[in-house]
Design a protein around this ligand. Structure first.
Ligand code: DGY
Length: 324
């Protein structure tokens, strides 16, 4: 055992089941569960922590490690994405970093597909029309959308969530293409009937482009004005990964001038801000980072994060470490 009563700081509200796991082995300190902490507040509350259970809103870097001090053994983020964490800065100090892959795959793919349906079938637009009490009547040309059957879905990043998105698209009769740093195993390509293309070929040939790559320096603004210009004017863009993968100003312009047909966005460049031009457009379906937001998934994420922290604090191998 590392410590009879380690100090565990939890930076945001997490489900009770996860708190219970943490409380079995340590003193859990939960500063201000109802709002994100500023960097200054964060640094204050983690001082002397043995473990920090964090979220994607916390900047975790060398300054964070310094503020926590020498007892810090593990940072367990309740998220699959860890672009907010400078992993080498932590691991070089012997601090273990863990994340929560796997448990949010289906929920995130469901939401991505939901956004795809919302934008192609104009669901948000239709709801806004009704709520504005605008008179309407059914006719054969009223609010026509775009069908998915026989269309191509281009997936950027065929990881777990990209593959789950592909399975949903197959059920809707779509053809799957993908691009990414690596070609997938033959068995996966066969299961999904997926064709590997260069990023440029994927952009120009897909009816829907769905982003499932992590945010890294290489994928920052991967979808910029140039990438958008390569897409078909009838194509849709779906982003459920991280906002900065898309140049939001370029996207707003492309949606306004018809460079592409529409977009579905769950994530934004400067969350919680949304580019004001996007808010004015009808051809974009927007959600406030809801990808993993189901009771079941958030409970699974938080309990996995708690198990990771408990494992490190009790000297065993955490289930899902980030290798860095
Ligand atoms: C993640 O886990 O990275 C998501 O963005 C949070 O749901």
């Amino acid at each position: 055992m590392a410590d009879a009563s380690p100090r565990i700081v939890v930076t945001r509200e997490i489900p009770q089941a996860a708190l219970d796991l943490l409380r079995e082995i340590g003193d859990v300190w939960w500063p201000q569960p109802d709002k994100a902490l500023s960097p200054g507040e964060l640094h204050q509350v983690i001082a002397g922590a043995d473990a920090v259970v964090s979220t994607l809103q916390d900047r975790v870097d060398a300054a964070f490690a310094d503020a926590a001090g020498p007892r810090l053994k593990v940072v367990s983020t309740v998220a699959v994405g860890y672009d907010n964490i400078d992993v080498p800065a932590l691991t070089s100090r012997g601090i273990v970093v863990t994340n929560t892959p796997g448990v949010l795959t289906d929920a995130t793919a469901d939401l991505a597909f939901g956004l795809l349906l919302a934008v192609t079938r104009r669901l948000g637009e239709g709801e806004r029309l009704l709520r504005s009490r605008t008179p309407w009547s059914f006719h054969l040309g009223f609010m026509l959308g775009s069908g998915l059957q026989g269309k191509t879905l281009g997936i950027v990043g065929l990881g777990q969530i990209g593959r789950a998105m592909a399975r949903r698209a197959l059920a809707f009769g779509m053809d799957i293409r993908y691009s990414g740093r690596r070609r997938a195993d033959e068995a996966i390509e066969r299961e999904l009937g997926a064709t590997y293309l260069s990023f440029e070929e994927l952009l120009s040939s897909s009816d829907v482009v769905s982003l499932h790559c992590p945010l890294t320096p290489l994928t920052h603004h991967l979808i910029d004005a140039d990438a958008l210009a390569r897409m078909k004017p009838s194509a849709y863009l779906i982003n459920t990964t991280r906002g900065p993968v898309v140049d939001e100003s370029a996207l707003a312009k492309a949606l306004a001038d018809g460079t592409i047909a529409g977009a579905g966005l769950d994530v934004f460049e400067n969350e919680p801000e949304v580019h004001p031009d996007l808010l004015e457009l009808d051809n974009v379906a927007l959600a406030p980072h809801l990808g993993s937001a189901t009771v079941e998934t958030r409970t699974a994420m938080a309990t996995l994060a708690a198990r990771n922290a408990v494992a490190v604090l009790t000297g065993t191998q955490p289930p899902t470490p980030v290798r860095g």
